[in-house]
Design a protein around this ligand. Structure first.
Ligand code: PLP
Length: 323
């Protein structure tokens, strides 16, 4: 199985629906650059989408694009909040499948139905879900999705994937790049071309690799291949069970009065966050305890993985409770 096939198997896609891209944002940008109907019409996103993407959308909004951002209330964005901003001029709904802020899980099938009912498409950023949250992109109705290899896929930077649903290739997402090598069929390159044959031969690709350009980071993908084999051998279900089990233990042990949970899908999500004004002040005590978690200005984010143990979780909970 090649790297596309291995990744496709983990996310419920076909190998021919996977293009190699440098990073998540490059995949999302490719969709913005090639989607039929853009930049006219509007794009709907929400403020639990990746802040790097929101930065891009705010820049596009200032450049005159129609961008609408649904705001989270109580750290969740219900599908209805997005629906309220969608109309028949909407071309794209763009969300993070699992929010890197608090692990909020977007309802992809409902959002895909919503987009399609208005002639629009759905893009999902799956970097925080691929490899740890069981998913089936084909069944979910998602049109486009992207991720990098360095999170739950155990690879490194610069080795990402773009999923383009088969029936969107070359139509909804138009061809503007034709990767391959031209055959020059005229002297001195070759004998004269045969009658009826074009003097310049090309072989346009018919799968998602049509969206790729030049050489890839082969070293990056070689590293990622090992990561994908690891995920595949453990299984996404088992990865998920391990993470959710550790989060469950943390929720039992942490003082939730001091660290209120900001999470909306604690029984399912691979990420849990706790509200804490001035969370960076926890950096020293956590370092002393030997724990590394993400400290945002006003929250602590925890995303334990299969290599973590219950002892790790107890260490973290004790360190936080004892501050
Ligand atoms: C939701 C989400 N999207 C995207 C990224 C990273 O994007 P890229 O692969 O473009 O660097 C991150 C990294 O923190 C993320 O959490």
């Amino acid at each position: 199985v090649n790297i596309r096939g291995l990744f496709a198997g983990l996310v419920g896609a076909e190998p021919g629906e996977i293009a190699l891209v440098n990073n998540t944002k490059a995949g999302e940008q490719l969709v913005l650059d090639r989607l039929e109907g853009l930049p006219d019409g509007n794009i709907v996103t929400d403020d639990l989408h990746f802040s790097g993407s929101l930065h891009n959308y705010e820049g596009l909004r200032r450049a005159g694009w129609g961008v609408r951002v649904a705001r989270a209330v109580d750290w969740r964005v219900p599908t209805e909040a997005i629906a309220a901003l969608v109309d028949d001029d909407t071309r794209l709904i763009a969300v993070s499948h699992v929010s890197n802020v608090n692990g909020h899980i977007a309802d992809l099938p409902a959002l895909a139905d919503l987009a399609h009912a208005h002639g629009a498409y759905l893009y999902a950023d799956i970097i925080q879900s691929a490899g740890v949250l069981p998913m089936d992109l084909s069944e979910s109705g998602v049109d486009f999705a992207a991720c990098n290899g360095y999170k739950w896929l155990y690879g490194t930077h610069g080795s990402g994937f773009l999923y383009v649903r088969k029936d969107r290739q070359g139509s909804a997402l138009v061809d503007r790049v034709f990767p391959g090598r031209a055959q020059l069929r005229y002297p001195p390159w070759a004998e004269a071309s045969r009658e009826g044959e074009s003097p310049v031969g090309i072989s346009p690709r018919e799968d998602a690799s049509r969206y790729e350009t030049g050489h890839h980071s082969y070293i990056g993908y070689a590293a990622l291949y090992e990561g994908l084999k690891f995920v595949d051998s453990v299984g996404v279900e088992a990865m998920h069970a391990a993470t959710v089990g550790l989060i469950g233990r943390l929720l039992e042990r942490i003082d939730l009065d001091r660290y209120p949970s900001m999470s909306t899908h604690i029984d399912r999500s691979p990420i849990v966050s706790f509200h804490m004004p001035n969370a960076p002040s926890l950096s020293e005590p956590l370092k002393e305890a030997g724990v590394v978690v993400t400290l945002a200005p006003n929250f602590v984010r925890v995303s334990p993985a299969i290599y973590n143990t219950t002892e790790d979780i107890d260490l973290l909970a004790d360190a936080l409770n004892n501050v």
